[in-house]
Ligand binder design. Structure first.
Ligand code: NAD
Ligand code: UDP
Length: 319
């Protein structure tokens, strides 16, 4: 199959491209390199089934493909808040452009949505039929509302134009190829621990997240794309239901790095969700999917990656 991956040079996108190429598909990786890097896919460039295109999804493009994974969008709060107007444009215009292409070439399209569509959730764990509790005017809304509109567009193109759509609500995902200055909690904690720095917990550290290792996530979204079924155009949660407070995560990072952990407490960012855990019954039932990598194991692999790659190691011997 000929497959387009937008945001393909990013953290999740590069793992997805790698998996799709290894399955014998022709893959076009499209990226504007805002948070993605050529180095994430450099090992694929010699493969005649892989092509890298520099392009911004806010601009139209026409490619002849069978499937589109629309992942283009910065995912870390510091990156999506850097230029919030651009973040909205990326989600909304990006979805319109990719859906227009899908309609024209009759491709199946999967939109990378997010657990952030549930906002600061009032039901726990989150099921797909929960409408969410999102602040429409806060600092996170450029991302949350952008993704909610992207979901709306998927549903409307499906109902109005019969485009073959899929929506995956991705919960916090981690692993190798996250940027060391990415700003998300797992990469921050691992890099801080390896440098012998204090781990920065925002708030009192009692907020929870559920962390999915990237190989499990990629497996889930490929299954969603390739499973047939009448209600598969409706959103599906993909995430690991193992739930941890940020304090517990800091302890786990201590164990995975073998370092003594010191913690510094910083203010909690605006609208930071207090709890998050996916209900994955829909993915289990419709896709036969569930995660296989527990946090301790995934963290170990992530630590090995950052141990090999982080640049400033000046205080990394500190215990
Ligand atoms: P990432 O920042 O590593 O990847 C995003 C990629 O999109 C980057 O390569 C970036 O350069 C590219 N991009 C951004 N704006 C673009 C534009 N206008 N045109 C073309 N390319 C553009 O983040 P990630 O963690 O790999 O996330 C991938 C997708 O998954 C995103 O859509 C994100 O919202 C979604 N998601 C991720 C998580 C997570 O925990 N990692 C959770 C929920 C949803
Ligand atoms: N967080 C933290 N220290 C950090 C980075 C993040 O305590 O150095 C917290 C953040 O406030 C949030 C959680 O970790 O409660 C997850 O943050 P992240 O940005 O990784 O993901 P998101 O909030 O988008 O789920």
């Amino acid at each position: 199959m000929r497959i387009l991956v937008t945001g393909g040079a990013g953290f999740i996108g590069s793992h997805l491209c790698e998996r799709l190429v290894s399955q014998g598909n022709e893959v076009v990786c499209l990226d504007n390199f805002f948070t993605g890097r050529k180095s994430n896919v450099i090992h694929l460039l010699d493969d005649h089934n892989f092509e890298l295109v520099r392009h911004d999804v806010t601009e139209p493009i026409l490619l002849e493909v069978d499937q589109i994974y629309n992942l283009a969008c910065p995912a870390s709060p510091i990156h999506y808040q850097y230029n919030p107007v651009k973040t909205v444009k990326t989600s909304v215009m990006g979805a319109i452009n990719m859906l227009g292409m899908a309609k024209r070439v009759k491709a199946r399209i999967l939109q990378a949505s997010t657990s952030e569509v549930y906002g600061d959730p009032l039901i726990h764990p989150q099921t797909e039929d929960y409408f969410g509790n999102v602040n429409p005017i806060g600092l996170r809304s450029c991302y949350d509302e952008g993704k909610r509109v992207a979901e709306t567009l998927m549903m409307d193109y499906h109902r109005q134009n019969r485009v073959d759509t899929r929506i995956v609500r991705i919960f916090n995902t981690y692993g190798d190829r996250m940027l060391e200055n990415d700003g998300r909690v797992v990469s921050n904690f691992v890099v801080q621990a390896l440098r012998g720095q204090e781990l920065t917990i925002y708030g009192d550290g009692s907020q929870t997240r559920s962390f999915c290792y990237v190989s499990d996530l990629v497996d889930g979204i490929i299954r969603l794309m390739n499973t047939e079924g009448d209600d598969l155009h409706l959103p599906v949660n993909i995430g690991n239901p193992g739930e941890f407070t940020m304090k517990e995560l800091a302890d786990e990072v201590g164990k995975a790095t073998g370092r003594d952990i010191k913690i510094t407490y910083l203010p909690l960012p605006q609208d930071d969700p207090k709890q998050r855990k996916p209900n994955i019954e829909r993915a289990q039932r419709l896709l036969g999917w569930e995660p296989t990598v527990p946090l301790a194991q995934g963290l170990k692999k992530t630590v090995e990656y950052f141990d090999r790659t982080i640049t400033d190691r000046s205080s990394s011997t500190a215990k």
